[in-house]
Design a protein around this ligand. Structure first.
Ligand code: IFM
Length: 441
C-alpha cells in the first residue's frame, strides 16, 4: 500500500488520570485510582498545559487526539449533580483542539471511576452501568455538537482482570467470579452508552477500545489451550459486542470455575451486541500459551522468548502479531477498526544536546506501520492510527518509570521534548505513507 486513505486519523492517545494532575481542582472528586495509588496528583500537568501540548500535536501534523473525559470531574458523585467547571475544562479543550485542526476523540471511561460509586459497589453493581449511561448523556449534551467519534469503556479485560482477579489495578480485588461479573457490567455499560449515543447523535460513530492479544500455541499440542486463552482475553469481549453472544467454550469454562453466570439478564446481550461503528484496537504484544494450569486457569502464558526482541518493559516487540490481529479481526468480525493504542516502553532520555534518541520506538513504529499497511492491503478497514502515548505519563501501578511517550516529559520541570520517534512519525504523517526512518534511527 503506498498511501493511506483520505480522512485517515493520525494522532496519539492519553487518558485523564495518567496525564492531567490537578486532582483536587475545579470540583473534581476522588476516583478509585486516587484511593488505590494516589500518584496522579501532578502527572504531566496536562490539565493546565493542554494548550501547549495541543500546539505540539499540531506541529507534528497530527489531526486527531484521543484523550479521556474524567467522570469524577464531570459528575463528581458518579450520579446526580453535574460539575459545570468540569464540563468547561473539556469544552475549552475540545474547542482548542478543533482550532488547531485536531479532531477530538474522547474516551468516556478510562478507569477513573468516581470513588463515590465504588463506595456503592463499583463495577460489581449493575447500577454503575446505568450511572455510566447517564454520565454519557451529560457528555453528549455538552460536546456532541463537536465530537464525531466516541469511545466508550477502555479495555474491559484489563479493568476486570487486573482490577478484580489479580489485584494489580484499582480497586485491587482478587476473585475470578467477581472479575467475570465486572466484565459483564462493563460490557453492559458500553452497550447502554452506545444506545444513548445512537439516540442523541445518530450521525456520530462510536465503539469500544479493547486490549487485544494475538495468542499462539507454544507447540502444536498447545493449540486447545491457546484457543481457550484467546477466549478469555479476546473473544469474551469481541463476541458479545460484535455477535451478541458470549463464546460457548469460555462460558462453559467460567461456569465450571465460578458457577452460573446468573448476572446476565434477558436482553443484556441485545444491548451489548447492538453493532458498533468501530472497534478500538489496543495492541502491544502477543501471547504464547502452553497447556499447563496456572493461577486457577487451565493454561499458562509464557514469558518473553529467548531471541525475540523486547521493549524496555520486557514485552515482546513482534509487529507480525499486529498484522495477524488486524487480518483476523477483519476475517472473523468484518468491522471497521481504529487503532486506539499501539506503542511500547523505551526509556531513552535526553542526551547532553537535549535530543531524545529513542531509536527503539522509531524502529518499532516503522515496523508496526508496515504491518498495518499489510493488513490494510489484505482488506482490513482501518480508520486511523493513534499512538500510545503522546506523553511520558503515569503507567498506573508501575508509576512513572515506564516511558511510552512520543514526547519526553521531565518529571521535575514538566519540560516537554519532542523525541526522535515523534519526528519520524511527523514525516510519516506528512507523507501520508510509511517512510523509512532516517536521521531518527
Ligand atoms: O497505559 C496503558 C493505557 O492506559 C491502557 N492500555 C495500555 C497502556 C500501556 O500499558
Amino acid at each position: 500500500m503506498s498511501a493511506f486513505p483520505p480522512g485517515f486519523l493520525w494522532g496519539a492517545a492519553t487518558s485523564a488520570y495518567q496525564v492531567e494532575g490537578a486532582v483536587a481542582e475545579d470540583g473534581r472528586a476522588p476516583s478509585i485510582w486516587d484511593t488505590f495509588a494516589g500518584s496522579g496528583e501532578v502527572a504531566c500537568d496536562h490539565y493546565h498545559r493542554w494548550p501547549a501540548d495541543a500546539d505540539l500535536m499540531a506541529g507534528l501534523g497530527m489531526n486527531a487526539y484521543r484523550f479521556s473525559l474524567a467522570w469524577p470531574r464531570i459528575v463528581p458523585g458518579g450520579t446526580g449533580a453535574v460539575n459545570p467547571a468540569g464540563l468547561a475544562h473539556y469544552d475549552r479543550m475540545i474547542d482548542g483542539l478543533l482550532e488547531r485542526g485536531v479532531t477530538p476523540v474522547p474516551t468516556l471511561y478510562h478507569w477513573d471511576l468516581p470513588q463515590a460509586l465504588q463506595d456503592r459497589g463499583g463495577w460489581t453493581a449493575r447500577a454503575t452501568a446505568d450511572a455510566f449511561a447517564d454520565y454519557t448523556d451529560v457528555c453528549l449534551a455538552a460536546f456532541g455538537d463537536r465530537v464525531g467519534t466516541w469511545l466508550t469503556v477502555n479495555e474491559p479485560w484489563v479493568v476486570s482482570v487486573l482490577g478484580y482477579r489479580l489485584g494489580l489495578h484499582a480497586p485491587g480485588e482478587r476473585d475470578l467470579r467477581t472479575s467475570v461479573l465486572v466484565a459483564h457490567h462493563l460490557l453492559l455499560a458500553h452497550g447502554l452508552a452506545m444506545s444513548r449515543i445512537r439516540a442523541r447523535r445518530p450521525e456520530a460513530r462510536a465503539g469500544i477500545p479493547l486490549s487485544l492479544f494475538p495468542t499462539y500455541p507454544a507447540t502444536p499440542a498447545d493449540a486447545a489451550a491457546s484457543w481457550a486463552s484467546d477466549g478469555y482475553t479476546n473473544r469474551w469481549f469481541l463476541d458479545p459486542v460484535l455477535r451478541g453472544e458470549y463464546p460457548a467454550d469460555t462460558s462453559s469454562l467460567f461456569e465450571r470455575l465460578v458457577g452460573p453466570l446468573d448476572w446476565v439478564r434477558p436482553g443484556d446481550l441485545e444491548i451489548i451486541g447492538a453493532r458498533p461503528d468501530l472497534i478500538g484496537v489496543n495492541y502491544y504484544t502477543r501471547r504464547l500459551v502452553a497447556a499447563a494450569p496456572q493461577d486457577g486457569l487451565p493454561w499458562r502464558v509464557l514469558p518473553a522468548q529467548e531471541g525475540v526482541p523486547v521493549t524496555d518493559s520486557g514485552w515482546e516487540d513482534v509487529p507480525f502479531a499486529f498484522e495477524d490481529l488486524l487480518t483476523r479481526l477483519h476475517r472473523d468480525y468484518d468491522v471497521p477498526l481504529l487503532i486506539t493504542e499501539n506503542g511500547g516502553v523505551w526509556n531513552a532520555g535526553p542526551d547532553a544536546d537535549g535530543r531524545v534518541r529513542d531509536t527503539g520506538r522509531t524502529l518499532a513504529l516503522h515496523r508496526h506501520l508496515l504491518a498495518l499497511t499489510r493488513a490494510m492491503d489484505a482488506g482490513a478497514r482501518v480508520l486511523g492510527y493513534l499512538h500510545w502515548s503522546l506523553l511520558d505519563n503515569l503507567e498506573w501501578a508501575e508509576g512513572y518509570g515506564q516511558r511510552f511517550g512520543l514526547i519526553h516529559v521531565d518529571r521535575s520541570t514538566q519540560t516537554r521534548r519532542v523525541k526522535d520517534s515523534a519526528r519520524y512519525y511527523a514525516r510519516v504523517i506528512a507523507a501520508g505513507a510509511v517512510v523509512e526512518p532516517g536521521a531518527e534511527a
